[in-house]
Design a protein around this ligand. Sequence first.
Ligand code: HEM
Length: 452
Amino acid sequence: MSVVTRRVPPGPTGYPLVGVFPKARRDPLGFFGDCARRYGDIVSMRLGAHHVYLLCHPDHVKHVLQDHAHAYAKGPPATRVRSLFGDSLTVIDGERWGQRRRQVQPAFHPGHHAQLAAAVHRATAEMLERWRPLAEGGAVVEMVSEMRRLTQTIIIRACFGEIHPAEVETLRQALDVAVGHVDRRLWSAFGWLELPTLAGIRHGRSLGAIDDFVSRKVREAHRSMPPSGTLLAALLTSPVAAGGKPLSEAELHDELKTILVAGHTTVASALAWVWYVLSGQPDAREQLEAECRAAGSHPPGVDALPRLGYTRRVIEEVLRLYPPTWLTARTPVEDDTLGGYTIPAGTLVLLSPFLTHRHPDIWAAPDRFDPDRFTSERAAARPAFAHFPFGGGPRRCVGSAFATIEMQLIVSAMAQRYRLTVLSSARIVPIAGLTLRPSPSVPIQLQRARAD
Ligand code: HEM
């Protein structure tokens, strides 16, 4: 029997030259969701200059990210985020990536988690104290910016140790401007052009401030060893301890800059979604609060994590519904075959955790919030890559364990101290930028959960 390879999967038609780009940029989530519903698991389309294949089925995701990972490169979309990620792990490919991964990964070894958790505890405790008068005065706090501020402080201290508060503030502001600029231009038709606009100039200045700060820390680290337990110390020593080549100054710089950005934007979005979702789920919120109160220590430490199973399931379910990295891309380096179609070399393959996490053949009532989807029995019954908020295969998120612990510690510490309720008048929608975040804001009323 001969197998007929149909050359092009179904998909939407677009405009001359730009393809579906104008439709996709107006409402990326709505547009790609509609494509998946109409055309199925493999959708083909022209997106600007790229011939794109959108893959939604977990088996296809597994094929690209894991089974045939060697045949897929990160490719051109990475250029739009290059100002933030430089020449780091997230964007490089091939043997260069392999070597860098071996150099960077040991810094995220579980042996470092206790010290990273200390940075989480301190920054969270400071935020909760700052909230005390706000809660007493009935003030409203905005959760997207609060979670951003918290996670920025954590990642800055996790990287460099004790930093003067004024310097943390300056770096935080520079990160906000630099990330905001890239985020806004991600779907711009001229996103790769750096025009001399006022926003472009501010962006350039904030990148300069981030670069100066990181370079200074890297130079200081080469003169005298940075505080032990920091990611900078680990990145300096672990590659050599593992018998490998040390990172050069430029490599260390780009990795730290990437960790600063990737290590807070994602976690901040996820946490903002946690409070938004829980506020509309009173039973789940009560169950989570009760578990956190019963966890023992105040705030819960790393040793309490095994007793925070429901909290973890809530976070996993929120990552399913609102995965911060809602889209990722690959370019096949050679022709590949998938689901009976040829995926030609040089095209663009899009994978969307947002779509796969709501695939109707895999998830019953996919839009419903149900943390118990993540009991070990139910999770084991699903195909691999049905849930992949951290990617998967060899390029799985290097910070996934740290992020998971960080989110559990923050959520449990916050739930022990406050009950958070989103103002009922708030109209909140997901915005698909650099991360998937609630927009325009998540205004929250704080209520003290217990007497301290
Ligand atoms: C909720 C939090 C997070 C989410 C959802 C997330 C998601 C992801 C995803 C989906 C990828 C793979 C992208 C791809 O395959 O194209 C990735 C890679 C990466 N993440 Fe995360 N991430 C999170 C937190 C972090 C943290 C805390 C750090 C560092 C402290 C980090 C650093 C990285 C790096 C360096 C890579 C590149 C890995 C490689 O290409 O080898 N991430 N992340």
